[in-house]
Ligand binder design. Structure first.
Ligand code: BGC
Length: 322
């Protein structure tokens, strides 16, 4: 589909396992209007695309309608920049290969580009956030899953097939006790260090000890990482230990990842970063204790400066429309 580069706006979509956030973005990277739908509520992807178009209408009206839009950028789990598809994403309800670019092009009548959601967040950070000016960094997103965008010499690494940088599926526990992952394997980093991984840890800890905890007031199946954070804030020892354990796993893993491209920084983004130092302090400690000596003291561990899903919405909107 032809792109009319004269048109002033781009639609950016940050598709998470739970929420899909849409932003209408202008040429300076200002989000003019936003809307959201629940990703999981549509077992058929065609219904998802229809619901998205409906939800987008009032946001599009703010900028004068779809006629003002030159294209759409989508950041999605297992999103493939080369093919415009989503393939077998662990945290999405749609199985197999989903031609998401084609479906949105048919629905909205504008050209659509796709990348991985964490790559989109990396683009957003590189263009508008804490990674501005950096040529080598690794973005780590901590949401329903754990995503990563690896930037080398100023470019996102896509690899031979468009899927490079799936660090959330780096196996950190090779023993039979490794947690089952949505990808079908066991012991993946995301089963421990995602928001859902933290809730899982909380359920396990509460079942295996009898330490009094505020978290016991919540039904195990309803526990979220936000509950764990709030309990930590109230001084709950079980909650604090959960973040210490999670931070240590993530810090060790990042120390290993650093061997790959000697990043200037890791940028952490997503719901779990709200835990602040409960997560970041043990993460920093484990990172410094486990980093290869030649890299020691060289890598910054930063938290995204962009609000909510802004990084991914902005990054998705910057997929080559400038
Ligand atoms: C997917 C990644 C995605 C991440 C965060 C992982 O399970 O494999 O592609 O970036 O979740 O959504």
């Amino acid at each position: 589909m032809e792109t009319d580069f004269e048109k002033p706006y781009v639609i950016g979509l940050d598709m998470g396992g739970t929420n899909s956030i849409f932003g209408i973005v202008d040429q300076r990277g200002t989000i003019k209007a936003q809307t959201a739908i629940k990703t999981r509520a549509y077992p058929d992807v065609k219904d998802y695309v229809k619901a998205a178009a409906e939800a987008l209408q009032p946001a599009l009206d703010v900028v004068g309608g779809i006629g003002q839009v030159k294209g759409m950028g989508i950041g999605a789990p297992n999103g493939n920049f080369y093919t415009g598809t989503i393939e077998s994403a662990a945290n999405l309800v749609w199985s197999g290969t989903v031609p998401i670019a084609e479906l949105f092009e048919e629905e909205l009548g504008v050209p659509v580009r796709v990348t991985n959601d964490a790559n989109a967040a990396a683009m957003g950070e590189m263009t508008y956030g804490v990674a501005r000016g950096m040529k080598n960094f690794i973005m780590i997103t901590l949401g329903t899953g754990v995503g990563s965008g690896i930037v080398v010499d100023g470019k996102i690494v896509y690899g031979s097939d468009g899927f490079a940088g799936e660090l959330g599926h780096f196996v950190i526990d090779h023993s039979p006790a490794g947690r089952p992952c949505g990808c079908g394997r066991k012991g993946c980093l995301e089963t421990y260090c995602s928001a859902t991984g933290v809730a899982r840890t909380a359920r396990e800890r509460l079942a295996n000890c009898d330490t009094p905890s505020l978290l016991r007031k919540i039904k195990p199946e309803d526990l979220t990482s936000l509950d764990v954070y709030q309990a930590a804030e109230a001084g709950d020892p079980v909650a604090i230990e959960i973040f210490e354990w999670t931070g240590e796993i993530l810090g060790r893993s990042c120390a290993d990842f650093a061997t790959f491209n000697t990043p200037e920084a890791f940028v952490f983004f997503g719901g779990l970063t709200k835990a602040g130092d409960y997560l970041m302090a043990p993460l920093r400690k484990a990172f410094e204790e486990n980093i290869l000596y030649v890299f020691r003291g060289k890598t910054k561990l930063l938290v995204s400066s962009l609000n909510g899903s802004e990084a991914a919405v902005l990054g998705a909107s910057a997929l080559g429309w400038e």
